[in-house]
Structure formats: C-alpha cells, structure tokens
Design a protein around this ligand. Structure first.
Ligand code: DX5
Ligand code: ZN
Length: 236
C-alpha cells in the first residue's frame, strides 16, 4: 500500500466490509436505495463501469458516479471494466471516485495506471478475471491498495459464484503486504460469502445477494455475521 487507504482504515477499525454493488439497485430511486444501504450499515459502495467492449455489456458512466457522490459521503469503489482506463481515470476521479480499479487483462503492467490514479489523489486497485492466473498481479501488490478477485466473468450481475477462484484469494492473503485489501466480486451471497471470508478476503462485493432482498438491513446483518463467523476460521 502506498497511498492512505480509507477502506483499510475502516477494516482496521473492525467493520465488516460488505460493498453493495449499485448495478443491482433500482435506478428509479437511486438516492433512496443509497439511503437504505447507508442505514443497513454499508461503509462503501461498489460502482461497476462497463464499456460494451472489455465486457459484453454497458452499465453507467460519469453522470451516475457524480449523482451517487452528491447523494452520499460513503467511500466509492469504482470498478472499471473498460478497455482504455487511461482515457477516463481523471474524469472518474473528478466525478467522485475514491478507489479506481483497473483490469490486469487490459494493463499487463498496471504501474503507470496506478501512478495516474495516485496522482489524482484516489487509491488504486487491480482486478483479475476467473481465467487469469493470480501470478499476473503478484508483482504489483506493493504498488496498489486493492486487489479485486472476480468470481464470475465480469459483465453481468446475478451470475453463479465460481469456487475455483478461492485458491487465488488464499494465495493473495498469504502474499499481501500490510494494508492491501483483498476484494471478491461476483455471485457473493449467503451461500458463498463464508467461503470467501475463510479464504482471506477482506472486502465482499454483493449485488443481487443484498439488493435482491426486501430488507437490506436484515440481509446486511446476516451477511456480516457470516463473514465474522468464517473470518475467525481463516488460516492466516
Ligand atoms: C460483475 C460486476 C459485479 C456485479 C456483482 O461484472 O463486477 O460487481 O455487480 O453482482 P452479483 O453480486 O449479483 O453477482
Ligand atoms: Zn464489480
């Protein structure tokens, strides 16, 4: 970790780091959705940016990040599933992103992008898709604040968790320098979050597994309890 990392600070303070993915929100009532997630206890929000090129889907862009920023003081964790992140990093930061995560598949040496992100004052993350070996990101663990392990092929919410990524989380946990957050994204729900915690993940991105339920507060509490139970079993 080379920048000050608010997500790590929250984690260190003992908070369970469940990040609701706004992709699963009802966009008719975005401000209300955010209020409900804040009330449920969320410490940060995860925002999925898709370009229809790196992934076969489009989601939302700068105006929505700006709107979310205006709606909440929560930490904004922006996941760039885009082919040319260098062209957009500064504008996402200006829009209110606190963390900007780029994919190793589009930036085999992500250090120049991390530098660009750090220059804007944001924290930097690197993500890897399920087929991408963990070795691709290992050389860069000292240069960023977050590693985002995809547990589905990116592009769509509501897919099934791929348990074959768990060994990547275990390996990252063994190698992670102090302060690096290990996030898992895709198919994380009541059935799978415990395995992720046990493997050593420190952040849990949850879309349909939280926003697909009526009572966010109750669901958040249940997920947080599962994380706590399983974190105590983590072999680290
Ligand atoms: C997938 C996105 C995820 C997605 C997770 O491409 O990166 O953040 O919103 O959604 P669920 O939790 O429904 O799999
Ligand atoms: Zn995501």
């Amino acid at each position: 970790m080379i920048a000050r990392s608010p997500l790590y600070d929250e984690y260190q303070a003992g908070h369970v780091m469940i990040g609701p993915s706004l992709l699963a929100a009802d966009f008719r009532y975005l401000a209300r959705e955010i209020e409900r997630l804040e009330a449920a206890g969320a410490r940060f929000l995860h925002l999925d940016i898709m370009d229809g090129h790196f992934v076969p889907n489009l989601s939302f862009g700068i105006p929505i990040v700006q709107a979310v920023r205006r709606a909440t003081p929560l930490i904004l964790d922006v996941h760039l599933m885009i082919s040319n992140p260098e062209a957009h990093i500064e504008r996402f930061r200006e829009a209110g992103a606190d963390y900007l995560t780029v994919h190793i598949e589009v930036a085999p040496d992500p250090r120049p992008l991390f530098e660009m992100i750090h220059r804007t004052g944001a924290c930097a993350g690197v993500s890897l898709n399920p087929p991408t070996p963990v070795e691709t990101v290992i050389p860069y663990l000292n240069n960023c604040e977050l590693v985002l392990v995809m547990s589905v092929m990116p592009g769509f919410g509501g897919q099934s968790f791929r348990p074959e990524v768990l060994p990547k989380i275990r390996r990252l946990r063994q190698l992670a320098p102090e302060g690096l957050m290990i996030s898992v994204d895709g198919g994380v729900n009541g059935q799978t979050i415990g395995q992720c915690a046990e493997a050593g993940a420190t952040m849990f991105i949850v879309g349909t597994g939280l926003l697909g339920h009526d009572n966010y507060s109750q669901r958040y509490r249940e997920l947080a309890a599962l994380v706590k139970n399983h974190q105590s079993k983590a072999v680290v």
